[in-house]
Design a protein around this ligand. Structure first.
Ligand code: UTP
Length: 301
């Protein structure tokens, strides 16, 4: 049984959001895909809310030169605040102030999109010698899935080890993800034995895919520094994780639903529809609109 008395708390999160977003062109040419709206807030706001709900108090966003609008979204806007106050729009005022007060928010730029591993490596100085989470800036996890919270609980229950979020996908889809060779432990926890980035389905050790959420011990930074460019010429975090596993345990936390890859057009559309249906304000009217559309489509030859 692990001695859990001296395990460092997980206070910091890193959100890589400096990628080129080539799957969401032309939109993502001038506006970051992390700023795509889901009803009335950008994708990245949901990601930060998930981190804060799981107990994170400090968030570092890895950004790039053409993504300044993300910083503006989380900054104060005194003229707008004054205008809302003058018009007595208290609800809207509270909403825009909440966004600026969610957590201690920091930004750092990745000068060149050299890969996810490289982006995470940019966080080393800020994170220091602490465990930290990584949440991909274009992946929304539904609150009901409790992914980050489940991973942090697993970290604590197992002596402070690294944990990666894993979801089963169809075998033919595994070549789009990092894939884990893992054995079941208890509940949703698995022991990760090996990881392969974007394997051919025929060679994949399982259909467990890495899904945009990681919890690392600070040892990952040494491994990232030593990692050479891998698949696609990018510095892959999966390769650094494999090196880390030579000296440290890595667990997986498995889940089966509630993930939206909003960097992919079709999944973004699914996300907007599902999130809108759940909203008390627009949900009921939107449901009627959708029902009408479905009826009309069914009447088509
Ligand atoms: P993705 O592969 O989903 O993002 O990386 P991408 O490269 O922007 O997208 P496509 O494939 O060209 O459409 C996952 C996350 O890692 C970030 C991305 O912004 C995204 O949130 N990322 C990726 C970086 O921050 N830097 C990089 O060099 C690569």
């Amino acid at each position: 049984m692990a001695d859990n008395t001296n395990i460092a708390p997980v206070r910091k999160a890193v959100i890589p959001a400096a990628g080129l977003g080539t799957r969401f062109l032309p939109f993502s040419k001038a506006v970051p895909k992390e700023m795509l709206p889901v009803v009335d807030r950008p994708v990245i706001q949901y990601v930060i809310e998930e981190a804060v709900d799981a107990g994170i108090t400090d968030v570092l966003i890895i950004t790039s030169r053409h993504k300044k609008v993300m910083e503006d979204h989380f900054d104060r806007f005194p003229e707008l605040e004054a205008a809302l106050e003058a018009k007595n729009k208290t609800e809207a005022l509270a909403e825009i102030l909440d966004v600026t007060e969610m957590c201690n928010l920091h930004f750092i730029r990745q000068g060149e999109a050299l890969g996810l591993g490289h982006a995470i490596g940019m966080a080393e100085h800020h994170v220091g010698n602490e465990p930290f989470c990584v949440l991909l800036g274009d992946d929304i996890m539904h609150r009901s899935a409790g992914v980050l919270k489940g991973m942090i609980d697993t970290y604590h229950a197992n002596g402070g080890v690294s944990v990666v979020g894993l979801m089963e996908v169809a075998k033919e889809d595994i070549s789009s993800y990092g894939c884990a060779d893992a054995v079941e432990l208890e509940g949703r926890t698995v022991e990760v034995r090996d990881l392969v980035e974007k394997p051919d389905p025929a060679d994949a050790p399982s259909n467990l895919a890495i899904m945009g959420r990681y919890l690392f011990t600070p040892g990952i930074f040494d491994e990232i520094r030593r990692t050479e460019p891998g698949v696609g010429g990018e510095i892959q975090i999966t390769d650094a994780m494999v090196s880390l596993m030579a000296s440290e345990r890595m667990l997986g936390w498995t889940f089966s639903e509630g993930r939206f890859d909003t960097g992919k057009k079709i999944d973004y559309l699914r996300c907007v529809v599902e999130m809108a249906l759940e909203r008390e304000d627009v949900g009921p009217a939107f449901r009627e609109i959708l029902a009408d559309i479905v009826k009309r489509e069914q009447l088509l030859p």
